[in-house]
Design a protein around this ligand. Structure first.
Ligand code: SF4
Length: 81
């Protein structure tokens, strides 16, 4: 994505070794013009992964936040059927 702000910093920022590093990446995502597109892409890529395989900050969300969002979206889809 051409407008991705993370392209301007080290990838390490988005894959911090501990959760203490999350705020720095989340702040950058918060100012990124392609955040929603990025989040949609991340959710699609992680669709069938279990928790341990989800890593990094994408679309302004931590791995556990993305997992909870995906679970909520799945529940909504189930209720629509
Ligand atoms: S929202 Fe996605 S593209 Fe934008 S800075 Fe965050 S990780 Fe990078």
């Amino acid at each position: 994505m051409d407008d991705a702000l993370c392209a301007e910093v080290s990838p390490v920022v988005f894959f911090p070794p501990t959760r203490k590093g999350y705020p720095k990446a989340l702040k950058i995502c918060g100012e990124c013009d392609v955040r929603l597109k990025c989040l949609a892409f991340a959710l699609a890529m992680e669709r069938d992964k279990d928790s341990s395989k989800r890593t990094g900050i994408f679309g302004g969300m931590t791995p556990s936040e993305r997992e909870r969002l995906q679970e909520a979206l799945d529940k909504m889809k189930e209720q629509e059927q």
